[in-house]
Design a protein around this ligand. Structure first.
Ligand SMILES: [Zn+2]
Length: 172
């Protein structure tokens, strides 16, 4: 099932108190307090770059919906090398977020398998290695992976790639 990329309106210019950038999506409310706060236009947000969850006032704004995913997967096309056990293969990252990816590959990698991923964006010439990813889902020709171990340096590169994708989307 292809995911629908967020429209421009869904990326909120509500600065993240941790990384100070404004690339958040409205998150689902959790608990009674957040339900009450939302009546006063205070909503939870999830920073798409540093993963921080925070609340912010959006005076007068009423939301019809919020993101089902905590981290929106953004469409992209990046060649990727996969290594698992003593095996190796290749594929294409077709969707990317700070927390995971969709990878098109014909490799028969089972759900639950830990995989190392290395991918490169053509435009920026940035290479990112995710030391450990877990295969979370499998469909014909593609797998869904969650990033579980990324070095600090590569997490920053990953954030840069996601930021580029978000900015490109804003301009589109
Ligand atoms: Zn942030």
């Amino acid at each position: 099932m292809p995911t629908t990329p967020p429209s421009t309106a869904e990326i909120e210019a509500v600065p993240c108190p941790r990384c100070r950038r404004a690339f958040a999506v409205r998150a689902a409310r959790e608990g009674m307090l957040e339900r009450l706060l939302s009546l006063a236009y205070v909503y939870p947000f999830r920073c798409q770059l540093c993963r921080h969850r925070y609340r912010a006032l959006r005076w007068g704004v009423r939301y019809q919906r919020h993101s089902r995913r905590q981290f929106e997967r953004l469409p992209t096309q990046m060649p990727v090398k996969l290594i698992w056990g003593d095996q190796e293969g290749s594929g294409l990252v077709s969707e990317l977020s700070i927390a995971g990816a969709t990878v098109e590959t014909d490799q028969p990698i089972p759900v639950g398998q830990a995989v190392q991923l290395s991918f490169r964006s053509s435009g920026e010439d940035v290479e990112v290695t995710v030391d450990v990813s877990m295969i979370r889902s499998r469909r014909a020709g593609e797998v869904g992976v969650e990033f579980t171990e990324v070095s600090r340096e590569h997490e920053e590169r990953l954030a840069q790639l996601v930021r580029d994708l978000l900015e490109r989307m804003k301009q589109a």
